[in-house]
Design a protein around this ligand. Sequence first.
Ligand code: NAD
Length: 258
Amino acid sequence: MAGERGAAGRKRPAAIVTGGASGIGLGVTRRLLSDGWDVAVWDAAQTALDQASAELGERSERVRFYRVDVTDEAAVAAATDAAAEAFGRLDGLVNSAGIGLDAPFDETTAEQFRRILDVNVVGSFLASRAVARHLGRGGAIVNIGSVSGLRGNVGRVAYGASKGAVVTMTQVLAVELAPRGIRVNTVAPGPVETPLTAALHSDAIRAGWHAAVPMARYGTVEEIAAVTAFLLSDEAAYVTGQTLAVDGGFCAGGLKRG
Ligand SMILES: NC(=O)c1ccc[n+]([C@@H]2O[C@H](COP(=O)([O-])OP(=O)(O)OC[C@H]3O[C@@H](n4cnc5c(N)ncnc54)[C@H](O)[C@@H]3O)[C@@H](O)[C@H]2O)c1
């Protein structure tokens, strides 16, 4: 049981959720709190942290908020130490901090591409490395990938490449960390209603997803959080290195639909 690992006397497992103040990360934070985890919420956006803190702050014993940019190596190390100190143990990490870009490949700048890779790939790597150093023997990491890392979605040259890298990084970490009993998996959401999609998805993009997703709707943060919580939990004790699409059937679909 995750609840039996860690420092003596601390029964509740503890996790860090990056990007945990908004969208999918906030949904994961809520779900883990209700599943009995302590949660350290990391986010780069102070406004989102303030809003999440206003919503969840009354559970101040069990949830802590840290302003952290996951691309800042020193800040990631310091916030990992702070969370481990606050909770007396660490058992899990969910890498949900991420940024999107929807642009044709020949209009995508090198600067945009590098920024996407920095946040979505290097940020997940830095947080995973810092947390793995604290995990000892046992624990789990869940990366939030995307179906755009599994398929060639139009306009996703940088974003899709970054999420494809997350899939491969998941496999490498799963193999390297297996001897220490640490599992690493990726959840690859299809389109989900969050502030990110509210900002990026035009009516045309929404219509395209509705046509391409067999279940013909966007997912909810609760649906992504449920699968993430499962992979983080000991219920998934023999699952590592996997990418699980939570996508209403998008990746299963072919061209013939009628
Ligand atoms: N919403 C979707 O349809 C969808 C689909 C597939 C994958 N995803 C992925 O899910 C994750 C969460 O997306 P979301 O839709 O909830 O977006 P969101 O914008 O609602 O939440 C992302 C959070 O990450 C934070 N963040 C961004 N850069 C950061 C950094 N450098 N350091 C720390 N925090 C940072 C933001 O401040 C924000 O609070 C992302 O990795 C995204 O790529 C989302």
